[in-house]
Design a protein around this ligand. Structure first.
Ligand code: PXP
Length: 260
């Protein structure tokens, strides 16, 4: 299984103070040293975390393949093609959302994505589309010549959190989460089956399968048991854990400096 580490949240932390620290570029060598396979970053239209300069510096200094996520907006597409990353993952984007909600609809956006696909082929940039696990979307991905699909695991992750972590609030618009536990168990099972079925179909069609969103140290295991999923892109949970695994060391270093 390949692991792409999404480092957007390092820039989120920097933007909270609007200074230079922490720099997401500093994460690239650590991700490589830890043994992961790819860096994932999302250049949002509102540049709320990763900005153009981050993306350029990360791509230019890449010691790993860079998977650049972006919306299908024409201006941002021009910008990211110019940056020449290894892969571009097309995602839906709404300004008011906290994070990417739901997959991209390849049916209603077919013509726009088809034009983007042709441009990426010319530039030798891999195309991935972030979609919900749905048969029609996967067939569309094939028609669009996508090299990869990335399956949205948000529904699975949210149901898992409701069942096992008492998640009360969710960004995902799933009203079902108020259901009793036995129904939630069934829904979790169904969500996994959909991910598995979709992965199989994509694999049969010759499309490489990635997955991501909301995956963490508790819920990732079941996803790794789907053999056709060959890559995971994970951000929030890794950055969240690193705050605590690195915290003690950071405090100790400051204590040393404070000694007189
Ligand atoms: N994959 C895609 C396409 C995403 O948009 C995101 C979130 O930016 C992720 C993976 C990572 O999700 P998380 O931060 O929940 O692990």
């Amino acid at each position: 299984m390949l692991l792409g580490v999404n480092i957007d949240h390092i820039a989120v932390l920097r933007e909270a103070r609007k200074i230079n620290d922490p720099d997401p570029l500093d994460a690239v060598s650590l991700v490589k040293r830890a043994g992961a396979d790819q860096i994932t970053i999302h250049l949002r239209e509102d540049r709320r975390h990763i900005n153009d300069m981050d993306a350029l510096r990360i791509i230019e200094n890449a010691q790993l393949p860079i998977n650049l996520e972006c919306a299908i907006d024409s201006e941002i597409i021009d910008t990211v093609i110019e940056m020449n990353p290894h892969r571009i993952t097309l995602v839906p984007e709404k300004r008011e959302e906290v994070t990417t909600e739901g997959g991209l609809d390849l049916i209603t956006n077919f013509q726009t994505i088809d034009d983007i696909s042709k441009r990426l082929k010319k530039e030798n940039i891999e195309l991935s589309v972030f979609i919900d696990p749905n048969m029609f979307q996967i067939k569309m991905a094939k028609s669009l010549n996508a090299d990869w699909i990335e399956l949205h695991t948000g529904l699975y992750s949210n149901i898992y959190a409701m069942l096992f972590s008492n998640l009360k609030n969710t960004n995902h618009s799933i009203k079902e989460l108020d259901f009793p536990r036995d129904i939630l168990h069934k829904k979790l099972d169904d969500a996994l089956k959909e991910l598995s079925k979709s992965s199989k179909l994509a694999d049969e069609l010759g499309i490489k399968v990635a997955a991501g969103h909301g995956l963490n140290y508790q819920n990732v295991k079941a996803i790794t048991s789907i053999p056709e999923i060959i890559e995971l892109n994970i951000g929030q949970s890794i950055i969240a854990r690193s705050v605590f695994t690195g915290f003690e060391c950071a405090v100790k270093e400051m204590i040393e400096l404070c000694k007189n």
